[in-house]
Ligand binder design. Structure first.
Ligand code: NAP
Length: 251
């Protein structure tokens, strides 16, 4: 039987990048996936490419939209087994030069978004004894220049994952976080010029030295698939690192 046979899944921010790779791999492994994105056209295109079960769009900063997207996904799928909170943004800035509005924006997407999505999904996940996979980052475990507010937001996401896992353990609903290093997506492409300016090192050299290579969106989807599957039935509250060894090294 395929790893995710029959699993009913909603993935936020799955029109592109890591979310799209998760929606694709989960579908290949037998899941029925509802694609969701802030951009309707991107979502429709991705869903058609993937052969997804449907589309339920939302901007994760809008609680009413998130609630409606979860309800629509449940309607399409006939229930919900897995919520993947993938939608996230980066803003590069020295922390103490960042505007308060920009700091709040990153938390609205990366922390409040998953929070309201988990609240909307929990009644359905309790019914299915399902699970949540939160796409965090190694930036939630260690600091990085230029990514102060992003680091803070991903640390918050990891901590919410842990607390939800402990509080909800009696219900059988599992919560796990995935913490990737740099992966090959539009988000990292946007960061490269600022990183190169700050470090004076070509980004390709930095990546080769620190993590061997860029991660692929599929590297991350593979770990998400394991955590979402019944093979991970004893895994909850984890923050699973995949970064080519970047965070393992002090030099
Ligand atoms: P990406 O290429 O920018 O894709 C993110 C997707 O989320 C896009 O389709 C984007 O739509 C959508 N999105 C943005 N804001 C949204 C909102 N408010 N509501 C709903 N959807 C929204 O990013 P990615 O690299 O795939 O990142 C996916 C997740 O992995 C993020 O949580 C990120 O923090 C995390 N992560 C990424 C890396 C990496 O190296 N790439 C490493 C660690 C963790 P638009 O393009 O239309 O804005």
């Amino acid at each position: 039987m395929a790893e995710l046979e029959g699993k009913r899944v909603l993935v936020t921010g799955s029109g592109a990048g890591i979310g799209k790779a998760i929606a694709t791999l989960f579908t290949e492994r037998g899941a029925r996936v509802v694609v969701s994105d802030i951009d309707a056209e991107t979502a429709e295109k991705a869903a058609a490419e993937i052969g997804a079960a449907g589309v339920a769009n939302c901007d994760v900063t809008d609680e009413a939209q998130v609630q409606a997207a979860v309800a629509r996904a449940v309607e399409i799928l006939g229930g919900l087994d897995v919520l993947v909170n993938n939608a996230g943004i980066e803003i590069s800035s020295p922390l103490l030069q960042q505007s308060t509005e920009s700091f709040e924006r990153i938390h609205a997407v990366n922390v409040r978004g998953p929070f309201v999505a988990m609240k909307a999904a929990i009644p359905h996940l309790m019914e299915s004894r399902g699970n949540v996979v939160n796409i965090a980052s190694i930036a939630g475990l260690g600091g990085s220049p230029l990514l102060g507010s992003y680091c803070a937001s991903k640390a918050a996401l990891i901590q919410m994952t842990r607390v939800a896992a402990v509080e909800m353990r009696p219900t059988g609903v599992r919560f796990n976080a995935v913490c990737p290093g740099f992966a090959d997506t539009a988000m990292v492409e946007r960061l490269v010029p600022d990183f190169e300016a700050a470090t004076q090192v070509p980004f390709g050299d930095l990546v080769a030295q620190k993590q061997g290579r860029l991660g692929t969106p599929t590297d991350i989807a593979e770990v998400a698939a394991f955590l979402a599957s019944d093979r991970a039935s004893w895994v909850t509250g984890s923050a699973y690192v995949l970064d080519g060894g970047l965070s393992a090294s002090l030099v």
